[in-house]
Design a protein around this ligand. Sequence first.
Ligand code: BGC
Length: 524
Amino acid sequence: MLTSSTPTKHHTKWSDKQSKALSDLTEEFTLSTAQLEHLTAAFIDQMQSGLAGDQKSSDLAMIPTFVSGRPDGQERGSYLALDLGGTNLRVCLITLKGNHDVESNSKAFRVSDHLQEAHISELMDFIAISIKEFISSEHISSKIVEHPTDSDTLELGFTFSFPVAQTAIDAGMLLRWTKGFNCPGAVGNDIVQLLQEAIDRNKVNVHVAALVNDTVGTLLAHSYKHPNTFIGAIFGTGTNGAYVEATRSIKTMPTPTAKEMIINIEWGNFDKDKRILPVTPFDNKLDRESINPGIHIFEKMISGMYLGEITRNILLHLIDHRLLFDGTSSQKLNTHWSFETKFMSQIESDTSATLIPIAQILEQELGIYLNTQVDREIVKAVCELVGRRAARLSAMATAAVVRRGLSVEGHFAGYGYPLKLSEGDHVIGTAAGVNKNETAAEEIHEKTDSVAEHGGNLQQIHVGIDGSVFEHYPHFEERMVEGLTELLGSRAKDIVALGISKDGSGVGAALAALIATKNADHSC
Ligand code: BGC
């Protein structure tokens, strides 16, 4: 059977040296089930240490978000939402209509390269002015009146897709910049305060009610449609995940008042010291040349900002060994970051025999005019290796969170995750399974089979996902499901439902603003 894990057969004859180079690369970039198992076990351990506040033995920040409780789809109200996490700032008006129905209206503002590295007050002023422009061009005030909240001021939820140590739903300190941003004056400061000051400076009648990470927003937004959502994940320019945890397990929380809380894992920083991730010289080169060397290594192996650059590094290596393009590069291909991840998507989508569409990308986008069919097959094979590794690592992180959640101490089970085994309230993927990782998939498989045999109802854990890589990269989801099946057993698809949560950030920010304003009302 030809699965997405089977490298595409090539039609032409490669030289022995070319075949050898590609088989070496295949070895370096292919993650076996055993390797994935090993990484999963380490990931679960790091989640545990992060929750215990042991930052020495964990690279996972495991940030409590102060978002307790998930929407059930009946919430109503209109809120402003902001989404900042990449080259676009989106300002939205979100109307939650109840009955799992949402109406949204948004406008994108480009965040220039200059702004991505300008002083934070300049970036915040830009955001405040964009909100002002949106409110006036869309006549927001009158629209809100149709769906009133209790205050005159417009309430806003802010999705800020960077690592923030939250101290409340509406307060949090930036830990570090990622994804090419590097604005001085922000790290160590409260993001909500910085934004509220800029909003007030620019005389906009808006109150920042909630700050959420995009993964948290995605989780909330997906819950609005699918109340069984326990995980939110982003596979886009960056990558990260959030999930629902039992507050009794969060040792970093002073006195938990709620039963559950969403945790922002910040999984992009997993194994930042490269102890167990199978990093290659191509990954190391990328890391060294990035603006944040030594951090977010995992993210650099998975996300859209970096996959193209890893591929470029490999192509240059092959060129330098005269195994590609007859040893000739181009000025463009020699340029840092010139090979975009979207080219990989286009290249992997080309299933024609002669790969002419790949020739067009090489020529038009990269200035490589002389390329043979062998060259094009090699380029495609390299993209496949990098793309498949990214999907399998993404599956690993997702499976780790699922296993954690289903373990005895974890949340999904503790709060009656709907997988009910026939013999009482047995749970699957127990702590024992986590320790004996080689058997975890088998254990899960056996127990899910047993539920099915006893006529049990296997409801799924929903995972809300947003991000261009998941949405557009060919075979990404399929490859992820393959990895999940290796780690969660052959009934993985019965246990976990991966679903795109389009505009999770906008809707999620609105839901967070709603949760925050409700909490504020109750505390009055
Ligand atoms: C950030 C996360 C974010 C992720 C996806 C990472 O670089 O650290 O906070 O959730 O990108 O946008």
